[in-house]
Design a protein around this ligand. Structure first.
Ligand code: GLN
Length: 488
């Protein structure tokens, strides 16, 4: 048998293949054992995949045996033999996918998401599907429709963040080396911050949304949660590889791949420090941590520049109008006819019976979105929020005239207690205060773990967020690598 570190990297696992110490089936068994022993406490997995895992592993093992030159195999398939977890809103043909909603109980995907196909072609091994807030609305994973409460590995009495809480918790607890999440208004970055892993939201349009259950189509973007910046880059490159013939908002659909001009990394960066991201309401101890990182970056020759993003304080207000309007429209399909469960004993209408299976937060979004886009009110709410979206986008554009990247905290607090915010939707929404502006402006952003704070006898992770201009992915990976080497 072989050993792996608590939070193994892709390289560490592939070294087992390089040295002929293990094959893919051995690695699959190793991680399934970890899940068996660790997930009793963490509760991140919603579905094991039985023989599907070993069928994939055997196919990969045949490839492994047929290759004399393992290095060339790994070059061709950068995620060869790497197990991972998928959020329950991503479709894989012939597998269940419920978005953790009772409405979709029993649903089997008729086709696969582009991102799954890309991961599969890169040799990755899907191990399990993981928990999330129902249809990805929420910031704690407590709105999961089947009442599964995923725990934060750093403190089991706290939430892992949401909506990709299962993805963050499973990586942080070392049950898989990476997981896929989706981020509409922070759902990759917030749980990454709370659990102490790297979580990356790509530039809108870099990753195909085909086969990912739609929440808010002008905001949704899938991305990786990993243990290192290098792994984030590797998984992102796979997710965004190829071109899609299915998704019209995808940059590779609209443009020739060569015309998508990524921003190149630099030796030294001018780093914007927005006053609004260090304002009242953000835990001063978190601010101290971020300041410590900024100081070290400055000592390393980067320039820190105070900036202002005056409209970002309206991000939460704008987001919680824009997102529910789009969500309400997307959720119309769950009507018990096109999609959705038809209960056996329908006393009233079929439509009512199907939609009554939605949980309270999804119902709240449908109500809010329908109201703010209704004939009498859309000018006062929806149109106003669209104008604000433009203002927030302009704020960032202006800032990026004089800085390369922007740094701040990811979240205003460390992970909160299970149950603390479930009765208070507004408190739950406020967790998104510094992660929603990037989604609104379609920008790439990463949450980087920068140490922990002692709270109630536990060490709770703190996340630092780097935001870059559109197509600034390589700049983000570069600075994340630099930050990963600092002291926290
Ligand atoms: N907390 C946000 C919301 O509830 C984030 C959702 C997301 O990014 N999927 O809408």
């Amino acid at each position: 048998m072989f050993a792996l570190s608590k939070n193994p990297t892709i390289d560490e696992i592939q070294d087992l293949y390089r040295s002929h110490t293990a094959n893919v089936t051995d690695v699959a068994k190793f991680f399934l054992n970890r899940i068996e022993s660790l997930d009793k406490d963490i509760q991140s997995v919603v579905r094991g995949l039985g023989s599907f895992v070993f069928d994939q592993a055997s196919k990969l093992d045949i490839e492994l045996e047929g290759h004399q030159d393992i290095e060339s195999l790994l070059k061709e398939k950068p995620l060869f033999g790497i197990p991972y977890a998928l959020k329950d809103n991503v479709l894989v043909q012939n597998l269940h996918a419920y978005s953790q909603s009772k409405v979709l109980e029993g649903y089997i995907a008729p086709y696969s998401a582009d991102i799954y196909t890309n991961l599969d072609e890169a040799g990755a091994l899907l191990l399990v599907q993981v928990n999330m807030d129902e249809f990805a609305v929420g910031a704690s994973t407590e709105y999961s429709g089947f009442d599964k409460k995923t725990k934060n590995p750093a403190d089991l009495s706290r939430v892992p963040g949401g909506s990709s809480g299962g993805s963050a918790a499973i990586v942080a607890s070392g049950q898989v080396p990476f997981a896929i999440g989706s981020d509409t208004g922070g759902s990759i970055r917030l749980p990454a911050s709370y659990c102490g892993v790297y979580g990356y939201r790509p530039t809108f349009g870099m990753v195909s949304r085909y086969g990912i259950m739609a929440l808010a189509s002008s905001l949704d973007q899938a991305g990786p949660l990993c243990n290192t910046p290098k792994d984030i880059k590797t998984v992102f490159n796979v997710l965004s590889s190829g071109s899609t013939s299915h998704e019209q908002t995808c940059l590779s659909f609209i443009n020739d791949k060569d015309d998508i001009k990524k921003i190149e990394p630099k030796e030294k960066y001018v780093i914007g420090k927005p006053k609004e991201f260090f304002a009242d309401g953000i835990d001063p101890k978190i601010i101290e941590k971020i300041e410590l990182v900024l100081k070290q970056l400055e000592e390393g020759g980067h320039t820190i520049k105070e900036i202002e993003l005056p409209y970002t304080k309206y991000s939460i207000a704008a987001y919680y109008i824009l997102q529910p309007v789009e969500a309400a429209a997307n959720f119309e399909r769950y009507d018990g006819v096109r999609y959705g469960h038809q209960p056996d004993d329908i006393k009233e209408s079929m439509f009512y019976a199907a939609r009554d299976l939605f949980g309270p937060e999804v119902k709240r979004r449908i109500m809010m979105g329908t109201y703010t886009s209704s004939a009498g009110y859309y000018d006062a709410y929806y149109n106003q929020a669209c104008r604000m979206r433009e203002k927030i986008t302009q704020d960032f554009k202006r800032a990026f005239d004089s800085v390369d990247i922007i740094i701040g905290p990811t979240a205003p607090t460390v992970a909160f207690k299970i149950g603390q915010n479930t009765e208070d939707p507004l408190a739950m929404y406020l967790a998104d205060v510094i992660v929603s502006p990037q989604s609104i402006a379609k920008l790439p952003a990463i949450s980087i773990p920068v140490g922990t704070l002692p709270v109630d006898g536990k060490d709770l992770p703190v996340g630092l967020q780097v935001t870059a201009p559109e197509l600034g992915e390589n700049v983000i990976f570069d600075i994340a690598e630099t930050i990963s080497k600092l002291k926290f």
